[in-house]
Design a protein. Structure first.
Length: 249
C-alpha cells in the first residue's frame, strides 16, 4: 500500500499525468518534457522526481542530459487494485457503464501545424467550432497544460451555451487533450465532464489525418440525453466547418 500511495500521489497532478502520456510514446529528456508545459527545467525536474519516487519513471544520466523513460509496472499494480472493485461497481452502479465514445477520422488538405493551430487560435476557432446552425461568437484559450478553453455559442442572435474545457495535454502538431464540458446559456449550469482527444498524423501527400475521440460522456447522457445523442452529429458538422476554415486560413 505504501507503493500505491506514491503512485496515486504521482498521478494526482495533471502535469505528471501529461508527462506519463508523452513518455508512453518513447524516451524524452527533462527539457523535452518541460517544453510543451511552459515550465522551467527546475519545476519539471521536481515533477519527474515525484514520478521516480513512485517507480513510474526511470532516468538515465548522460553528462548534462537526463533521459526519462516510462516504467509501467507500478501502473499495472495500481490497475489491478482498481479492477478488484470492478465487479462491485458493475453490480451496484450500472449507470456508470461507459457510453460508447464518439470516434471520427478524416483527411484534411493542410499540414499538421495549421490544423493544430486551428484548435488553439481564438480567431480561427470562431470560424468553425460550432455544431449545425450554431455560431461561435467568442473563444478564449489559455494555451498551456491546465489552461482554460472556453467557447460561446449563439443561434438566431441569442446565447446558446457552449463549452468549458481544461487543456490536459499539448504535443505540438501531434496531439491535444481536453477535460471537456458542456454548458448552457447562463454558463453556471451543467459541466458534464468528458474527455476529448485529437491526434494528428502526416499523410504522404502533405495533408493531415485527424483522429478525434470524445469519451466519458456518461454524465452528459444522464443529465441531457438529447445533447449526448447529438455529440457525434455535432462533431460531423463542426469538422466540415474546420475543413472550410483551413482553406480560408
Amino acid at each position: 500500500m505504501v507503493e500505491l500511495d506514491a503512485v496515486f500521489h504521482a498521478l494526482a497532478h495533471q502535469v505528471r499525468r501529461s508527462m506519463l502520456r508523452r513518455l508512453a510514446t518513447g524516451e524524452l529528456t527533462i527539457g523535452e518534457l518541460a517544453e510543451p508545459l511552459q515550465m522551467s527545467l527546475a519545476a519539471a525536474s521536481k515533477h519527474v522526481k515525484v514520478l521516480e519516487l513512485a517507480g513510474l519513471v526511470g532516468r538515465t544520466v548522460d553528462g548534462r542530459r537526463h533521459v526519462c523513460r516510462l516504467e509501467p509496472r507500478p501502473l499495472s499494480e495500481a490497475t489491478a487494485w482498481l479492477l478488484f472493485y470492478e465487479e462491485f461497481r458493475d453490480a451496484r452502479l450500472p449507470a456508470l457503464r461507459t457510453l460508447p465514445a464518439v470516434h471520427r477520422e478524416m483527411i484534411l488538405p493542410a499540414a499538421a501545424h495549421p490544423v493544430y493551430r486551428a484548435w488553439l487560435t481564438p480567431d480561427v476557432l470562431r470560424q468553425w467550432l460550432a455544431p449545425g446552425p450554431y455560431e461561435c461568437v467568442r473563444a478564449e484559450v489559455d494555451e498551456r497544460v491546465g489552461g482554460h478553453f472556453r467557447i460561446w455559442h449563439s443561434t438566431g442572435g441569442e446565447p446558446a451555451g457552449g463549452f468549458e474545457a481544461e487543456i490536459l495535454d499539448l504535443a505540438p502538431d501531434r496531439r491535444i487533450a481536453w477535460r471537456w464540458g458542456f454548458v448552457g446559456p447562463d454558463r453556471s449550469a451543467g459541466g458534464f465532464d468528458s474527455l476529448l482527444t485529437v491526434t494528428l498524423e502526416d499523410t504522404a501527400d502533405g495533408g493531415t489525418h485527424l483522429i478525434l475521440r470524445h469519451e466519458r460522456l456518461d454524465d452528459l447522457a444522464a443529465a441531457m440525453p438529447e445533447v449526448a445523442a447529438g455529440v457525434g452529429a455535432g462533431w460531423n458538422g463542426a469538422l466540415e466547418k474546420l475543413t472550410s476554415a483551413l482553406k480560408v486560413n
